[in-house]
Design a protein around this ligand. Structure first.
Ligand code: SF4
Ligand code: FES
Length: 236
């Protein structure tokens, strides 16, 4: 354990834990857009910025990917922190003015948002949640960032989808904060990233419950015979 101070409160924090995790424990609200507690940090949106005192000097850092350190002092609600978050939110809002989650966040953080514009957009804000969920939870790697590195056009949504690797589980659609990833159910089909998946029916209730490809993937990974997987959660 290490001793830290957040907003004047002295606490003991787990070594290796992040500032954000400790703030959440204390019920201190820090805005986030690219963070998910089950996924590795990415540091893309910078909305979670806080101030940290290092060698006697205060500096700004993102709280979702900064681990606490012995004696660390943190401010989560100073004027500088509020201004930094407002600027990050403003940048996002300029890029994606009609995307509801961005507009709402911008408004909450003090950005002037237009009353007339409708929040009908579903832009990809490059938060990377879908890519991380696909890689870290599902472990298929069907989604990647294209053209990473020098020369990448950072304004273009560049999520690359590999239909050969996708099993249609829909994790990316569940974690996407903007609705950019669409998942449709049409009769016995699921459509995601324009790929059509055949759904398997529960052998007890007859309802379609999972893509056939996903069941085959689980069977291969776990060694459970495929025939034992045709029961939905409700009928198990
Ligand atoms: S598609 Fe959605 S989850 Fe993926 S990077 Fe874009 S906004 Fe984030
Ligand atoms: S939540 Fe920390 S940078 Fe996005």
């Amino acid at each position: 354990m290490v001793n830290i101070i957040i907003d004047g409160r002295k606490i003991k924090a787990k070594e290796g834990s992040t500032i954000l995790e400790n703030a959440e424990e204390l019920k201190i609200e820090i805005p986030t857009l690219c963070h998910h507690k089950e996924l590795s940090p990415f540091g893309a949106c910078r909305l979670c910025t806080v101030e940290v005192k290092t060698n006697g000097k205060w500096k700004m850092t993102t709280s979702c990917d900064t681990a606490v350190d012995q004696g660390m002092e943190i401010r989560t609600d100073s004027d500088k922190v509020r201004e930094s978050r407002r600027l990050s939110a403003q940048l996002l809002y300029y890029k994606y003015p009609t995307t509801a989650v961005v507009r709402d966040m911008a408004w909450k953080l003090g950005v002037e948002v237009s009353e007339d514009a409708k929040a009908e957009g579903h832009d990809c804000i490059l938060c990377g949640l879908c890519v991380r969920a696909c890689r870290e939870i599902v472990d298929t790697g069907a989604l990647t960032f294209r053209d990473r590195g020098l020369g990448r056009d950072i304004d273009e949504p560049r999520i690359e989808f590999d239909p050969k690797l996708c099993i249609g589980c829909g994790s990316c659609a569940y974690v996407c904060p903007t609705g950019y990833v669409k998942m449709e159910a049409v009769e016995d089909k699921r459509i995601i990233w324009d790929k059509v998946f055949k759904m398997a029916a529960c052998k007890v209730c007859g309802k379609y419950f999972a893509p056939q490809d996903q069941l085959e993937y689980i069977s291969k990974k776990t060694g459970v015979p495929l025939s034992k997987l045709y029961t939905c959660v409700n009928c198990r």
